[in-house]
Design a protein around this ligand. Structure first.
Ligand SMILES: Nc1ncnc2c1ncn2[C@@H]1O[C@H](COP(=O)(O)OP(=O)(O)OP(=O)(O)O)[C@@H](O)[C@H]1O
Ligand SMILES: [Mg+2]
Length: 406
């Protein structure tokens, strides 16, 4: 007897729960369609249950009807041969009006245009697609389609099995997560600004006063008291370096150069500071922008560069970094390339809670918040490239390219 073991996932969160259900539903449909199973074993906390598929047709139908996902069988011209009750409930349409009608009626023109070629080339491994279903009461429902070609089973032309998952909750959770992340970023920026101001207004002022005193002390000590004079000079030098360091921290916390001089100056400052401190060579190539970019876009690019350079310092062991600011079409693009050890961006090692790993995630969120995208390309022992592209309002224009080496 061929048996499929179905592990009921404990719901760790709504999104993860939905994904797990989707994976189980897809696997179930695939296995049933291919005839790989004739029984389903369900294991949950209460123990194991075995469902044997006796009169196969009936049992498959019971299974499909009990799914929390919509299930459809389509012809190549998208006529619905079969739909389960769950799909009828999803699209708020009586089942008898769904079966025999065209699946196209539930799709937008754009989704129809994507589905048509997809059905033509869908391989036995299946295809996936995100859609917005046009529901019977005039509302719209985000959905996920998992499509597989079915065995012919007496039909003259090919048919397709589709599992439809309602993604409304998943989208809502994603939206909520995005809003929360943005609030965290905003709160972080506000707090950084407050700390930078405090540092500037109190610590830096006091340190400057101590710096002047130490200079006066060194000047006043007589030449004959050489050891004491040398100590005073050393003290003066330490205080001078401390002032510089506090200013650097303050600048990083709140990039006043970005506020006053714009993105190119901000990128230049960050790259110079990084090159001087780490010894890694940084080449900066920027288009000169004649107009200021939206403040959110400038801040996002500036912070992403800071975070990327932090990663280069922490992980890459690179010798050279290239930062390239361009203006393709009506977008601004920042590309940061290092020649370090590289990594696998698709592999996310599980880390204990509180052990970081938020840098790339935060960069992605910053880019997404201003409508942009972030791509990571990395090859082991060759290097890593981070590319951020953000759409711009129609006004901003470029003039010439500036190249600098730090
Ligand atoms: N330029 C790079 N070169 C090599 N590996 C990198 C590079 N950037 C990132 N990585 C790898 O990707 C992982 C994830 O980076 P991410 O910035 O998200 O987290 P982190 O730097 O480990 O922690 P955090 O940024 O929260 O302090 C890193 O742990 C590292 O293994
Ligand atoms: Mg990091």
């Amino acid at each position: 007897m061929k048996t499929m073991r179905k592990q009921c996932p404990a719901p760790p969160g709504e999104l993860a729960g939905l994904r797990a259900r989707l994976a189980v539903a897809e696997e179930t449909l695939r296995a049933i369609c291919s005839g790989e199973v004739d029984s389903v074993m369900s294991a949950d906390r209460k123990g194991s249950l075995v469902f044997t598929q006796d009169g196969a047709e009936h049992a498959y139908r019971v299974l499909i009807e009990s799914m929390n996902e919509g299930a459809l069988m389509l012809t190549t011209d998208k006529m619905i041969l079969y739909a389960n009750n769950c799909f009828a409930r999803m699209v708020k349409c009586p089942l008898e009006q769904v079966i025999g009608s065209s699946f196209r009626r539930f799709l937008s023109n754009e989704d129809r245009a994507i589905l048509r070629p997809l059905l033509k080339r869908v391989a036995s491994s299946g295809a996936k697609m995100q859609v917005v279903l046009h529901v019977g009461d005039g509302s719209k429902m985000p959905g996920h389609l998992s499509i597989r070609p079915l065995a012919r089973n007496g039909f003259k032309s090919p048919t397709f099995g589709i599992v439809v998952t309602d993604m409304t909750e998943a989208r809502r959770s994603e939206e909520l997560l995005r809003t929360l992340t943005h609030r965290v970023v905003q709160a972080q920026e506000a707090e950084r600004g407050r700390v930078a101001l405090e540092l500037h207004d109190t610590i830096t002022q006091m340190l400057c006063a101590v710096l002047v005193c130490s200079q006066t002390l060194a000047d006043k000590l007589p030449e004959r008291n050489r050891p004491a004079k040398a100590e005073a000079k050393k003290l003066h030098e330490i205080i001078r370096k401390t002032v510089e360091e506090v200013e650097r921290i303050s600048r990083n916390l709140r990039p006043s150069v970005l506020d006053h001089l714009g993105l190119v100056a901000g990128l230049h400052d960050t790259s110079t500071e990084f090159a001087n401190r780490t010894g890694v060579s940084v080449k900066l190539i920027c288009v000169k922008l004649t107009a200021r970019l939206p403040a959110d876009t400038e801040l996002a690019l500036y912070r992403i560069l800071q975070e990327t350079l932090k990663n280069v310092e922490k992980h890459a062991r690179a010798r050279n970094v290239t930062v390239h600011l361009t203006r393709p079409g009506n977008t601004v693009q920042l590309t940061i390339h290092d020649d370090g050890m590289g990594f696998n961006p698709d592999h996310h090692p599980v880390r204990p809670k509180g052990e970081g790993g938020f840098g790339l995630l935060g960069m992605r969120e910053r880019a997404a918040y201003v409508g942009g995208t972030l791509k990571v390309k990395s090859v082991r022992r060759v290097g890593t490239e981070i590319e951020i592209r953000i759409p711009l309002p129609p006004k901003a224009e470029t003039t010439r390219v500036l190249t600098e080496k730090m």
